[in-house]
Design a protein around this ligand. Structure first.
Ligand SMILES: C[S@@+](CC[C@H](N)C(=O)[O-])C[C@H]1O[C@@H](n2cnc3c(N)ncnc32)[C@H](O)[C@@H]1O
Length: 228
């Protein structure tokens, strides 16, 4: 299927891929297998940030910005049931295909069985959820990523499709209003806080930072008043 002059969605023996500027973008969970093994998963920054002590199981996470689903896979490997929302139709198709392929891979099948992908705008969906997520993850495209010379090739292709988050404030306040026990926001290490809202904690690695808010709904009006 041809999307436009620069990009093509193609299916080959390895599944669905987006080809653009000589680069191929494909959802691929197999490269994540070393990171989700027992012993490795608890060291993942996202698994640490999302951990909820003494909670009733099964915990439910909502990934409001699924992309190619790698963060969701970490959450699912950490034991969460994960509801993934992706609004871009091409990225949604790539992720759907990657999930289907992973279902046939023994190291991944039980984990992806806990991942439920939906096509649509999570900001709209979060206004009318029929469940209360324990954790919500936000990873909207960071506008400055577009300018970085160090940006990974995969991201260069994905950025041709993605629209930078137009309303960070609406996204984070809507997520808070959905009453998660924890709200996690993924940011570049030195990047500003999403909508300027100071988190309760941050876990920072070399390439990424996770900002966390505990029970943010309880302080929603205070956050609403201090968005930038
Ligand atoms: C930076 S990527 C996320 C990468 C993802 N965390 C991963 O591990 O692959 C952001 C993704 O969120 C999607 N997105 C942004 N805003 C959204 C919204 N309101 N609803 C659904 N998807 C959204 C974009 O289309 C894009 O695919």
């Amino acid at each position: 299927m041809i999307e436009n002059n620069d990009m093509q969605l193609v299916r080959d023996e390895n599944g669905l891929a987006l080809v653009a500027d000589g680069q191929t973008l494909r959802g691929d969970f197999t490269k994540m297998i070393p990171r989700i093994k027992q012993g490795a998963i608890s060291k993942e920054l996202l698994a640490r940030a999302a951990k909820i002590k003494d909670a009733e199981k099964p915990l439910v996470a909502l990934d409001a910005t699924a992309g190619l689903g790698e963060d969701s896979l970490i959450l699912a490997a950490a034991g969460f049931q994960v509801k993934l929302f992706e609004r871009n139709p091409v990225i949604h198709q790539l992720l759907e295909d990657a999930l289907k392929r992973a279902a046939d891979i023994p190291e991944l099948s039980d984990i992806v069985a806990r991942m439920e992908l939906k096509h649509g705008d999570s900001v709209e969906a979060m206004k009318n959820l029929d469940f209360t997520p324990d954790v919500i993850l936000l990873d909207p495209m960071f506008p400055e990523r577009q300018k970085s010379a160090l940006v990974k090739k995969k991201l260069q292709v994905i950025q041709k499709l993605e629209i930078p988050c137009a309303d960070e404030a609406e996204m984070i306040l809507t997520a808070m209003a959905a009453k998660p026990k924890k709200l996690i926001v993924k940011r570049p290490p030195k990047g500003p806080y999403l909508a300027g809202l100071k988190p309760d904690f941050s876990i920072e690695g070399k390439a990424v930072r996770f900002d966390g808010f505990a029970s943010p709904y309880e302080r929603l009006e205070k956050f609403r008043a201090s968005v930038k």
